[in-house]
Write a protein that binds this ligand. Sequence first.
Ligand SMILES: NC(=O)c1ccc[n+]([C@@H]2O[C@H](COP(=O)([O-])OP(=O)(O)OC[C@H]3O[C@@H](n4cnc5c(N)ncnc54)[C@H](O)[C@@H]3O)[C@@H](O)[C@H]2O)c1
Length: 439
Amino acid sequence: MRVSVFGLGYVGCVSAACLAATGHRVVGVDVNRVKVDLVNDGKAPVVEERIGELVAEGVRSGALRATGDVRAAIMDSEVSLVCVGTPSEFNGSLCTTYLERVTEEIGAALAERGGRHTVVFRSTMLPGTCLNLLLPILEKYVGGTAGVDIGVAVNPEFLREGTSVRDFFDPPKTVIGELDPASGDTVAALYDGLPGEVFRVPIPTAEAIKYADNAFHGLKIGFANELGAVCQALGVDSHQVMDVFLADRKLNISPAYLRPGFAFGGSCLPKDLRSLVHAAQRADVSVPILAHVLPSNADHLQRAVELVERTGKRRVGLFGLSFKPGTDDLRESPLVELAERLFGKGYDLRIHDANVSLSRLLGANREYIETRLPHLAQLLADSVEDVLEHAEVCLVGTRDPAVLSALPRGSGGPVIVDLVHLPDAEARRAEPGYVGLAW
Ligand SMILES: NC(=O)c1ccc[n+]([C@@H]2O[C@H](COP(=O)([O-])OP(=O)(O)OC[C@H]3O[C@@H](n4cnc5c(N)ncnc54)[C@H](O)[C@@H]3O)[C@@H](O)[C@H]2O)c1
């Protein structure tokens, strides 16, 4: 394909040189004359493993060249990759100035070009930036409709600086946010023959995936470093701890606990986080990530309370009470905490949990409920139907099949506040009377 690459920084230069090496004809465009001249001299404007030889070879073979002339580049290509910088503003917000400017320039050139051309944004940008900010700019300048006259896609870059050439030829994944199938096909064709799974998703999903990845990578590093510092203070070999931690592929290095759902609770996680943070503080070790896990969890629980408040309704049903399915353990159950808050705010509450019957609760469990929710007995309903009859709003905190099969669909019934991402959540999301907690 004939490709123009806008921005010859780390992302653009690697993309341009690697695409040229895989058989495409590439023209790089940059406002920085020095970078343009360097590429045309067969030299890479960035330092990266193997990039020098790829740029030299691309220029020598005629597959790669650079220019400052946007119009000429657009006239001579069927797809543009936008790789300009998106730095932070002083207040932390995303600077989209370079993106806006280059989109205007590309749009103006496309207005003269005619024929379909696909604009692919590779820069990192917040969800909504492409559809709400850049696409209208393109349509205005081109004087046409995106998805019809011009293709638009978002194709975030997941390569690591330092090994990005190697990563280009063996990527962790390829994500294509497509406005329409033809735009997605064009991006897929660019990487034809490269390994790794290809995900074709809506544009805002593609934009968000890049942030999910980078936020998680930062979180992982911060977690490991804080844990290391605590271990060191307690005289424990942190690398040995992490060797064993990492060997657990069932619960640790796995998809476990990584789906948005309800707050956590139970008799272990809150208690153990509290004592670990306390031990760190006693040893004068700052652990802001670990110290904020429980407050983050409390905020998530509060989101459920606010969703009920926003409905303006007073008669509330709650399905599920124990801290997780298949147990009657109520200690530090987030659903008990939720019930307590709603009860305290004067909501008319009915609760059903097939595993919880007050007469069967024993020992610490009973003591816990007697101190935290002494009115539980009068709130418990025997059947799912009793709760449904009572409720104007239903909080679903369990995937108990008896509850799932009884939940009404569509409008007319109680508002469903979904705390567990119900199996039919995707279909329900489009319906009135359904609210997901974080989806
Ligand atoms: N560096 C990375 O490893 C990496 C990885 C993934 C994603 N990203 C994202 O990719 C984007 C680019 O990052 P980078 O590190 O390559 O940035 P960079 O600052 O190295 O390069 C950006 C280039 O864009 C050029 N430019 C600015 N306006 C232009 C215009 N109107 N026309 C043509 N060129 C223009 C600049 O002169 C510069 O050479 C950012 O959104 C970044 O967040 C970077």
